[in-house]
Design a protein around this ligand. Structure first.
Ligand SMILES: Nc1ncnc2c1ncn2[C@@H]1O[C@H](COP(=O)(O)OP(=O)(O)O)[C@@H](O)[C@H]1O
Ligand SMILES: [Mg+2]
Length: 231
């Protein structure tokens, strides 16, 4: 394989459909979603509450399966991956950042950040070192040995960004990463995303938000409305 071009299409979403069935009621959520994501770009996925942003992000992260349509990652269709390959793909290629941080409160943030690398079987010493470097990068060098549960929301989200990066993912999926934070702390988190995006070989970012101002920080805004991408 040749070296990746910056303009290369990394993800292709085609005619994606997803509905939920609640007893006898069918809730259509995605009704034919199409878009492409270039490697190294930062996409904001905008939409009102209930428009299907989290559903779409979960499909991109192989946490859920579509009812129709296809997602391809580096020209490889997701539907061609069996469950085991999906798990490995998710572990090695995707970093997740959630609105509610999802840190293990009894572990230190240093340990939390190392966890995905332990599942990957990384060398322990190198993993510790890399986790430390990432925590320095997100401004938490003074908090390494603090339990996650004792930290503020903003600090936990910084650590969650470090955790999402520990396996050097190709794609970062962030679901309303500043949704639980006050605007100043949220701004600090967004500036970490800006730094990541400005680096020499930026990770590709898809960030869900319902806030149009936040969306403007991204390269490109994709808006979900009535189950489709707004033209
Ligand atoms: N597991 C589920 N079962 C049933 N309905 C769901 C489920 N997950 C989401 N929904 C419904 O799908 C719609 C889209 O949800 P979601 O993707 O979470 O929207 P958003 O993230 O944009 O707020 C909502 O109407 C929600 O109630
Ligand atoms: Mg959501």
């Amino acid at each position: 394989m040749s070296e990746a071009e910056p303009s290369e299409i990394m993800i292709k979403v085609e005619h994606l459909e997803k509905h939920y069935q609640v007893e006898k009621v069918t809730i259509p959520v995605l009704k034919g979603v199409d878009f492409e994501v270039r490697r190294g770009s930062w996409i904001a996925l905008l939409g009102t509450s209930g428009s299907g942003k989290t559903t779409l992000l979960n499909l991109l992260g192989t946490l859920e399966h579509p009812d129709a349509g296809e997602i391809s990652f580096e020209n490889r269709p997701y539907s061609h991956m069996d469950r085991g390959s999906q798990e490995v793909f998710r572990r090695d290629r995707i970093g997740f950042i959630f609105q509610a941080y999802h840190m293990l409160p009894e572990l230190t943030i240093w340990e939390n950040v190392q966890l995905p690398g332990m599942f990957q079987g990384q060398n322990r010493k190198e993993l510790q070192q890399r986790a430390k470097e990432l925590l320095v990068k997100v401004g938490l060098s003074h908090r390494l040995k603090h339990r996650a549960g004792e930290l503020s929301g903003g600090e936990q989200q910084r650590a969650a960004i470090a955790r999402a990066l520990i396996n050097s993912p190709a794609l970062l999926l962030a679901d309303e990463p500043t949704g639980n934070l006050d605007s100043q702390t949220g701004g600090e988190i967004l500036s970490i995303f800006q730094q990541l995006h400005a680096s020499a070989r930026p990770v590709t970012i898809i960030m869900v938000t319902h806030d149009r101002n936040i969306a403007t920080l991204a390269d490109r805004v994709i808006e979900l409305r009535d189950g489709k991408i707004e033209a």
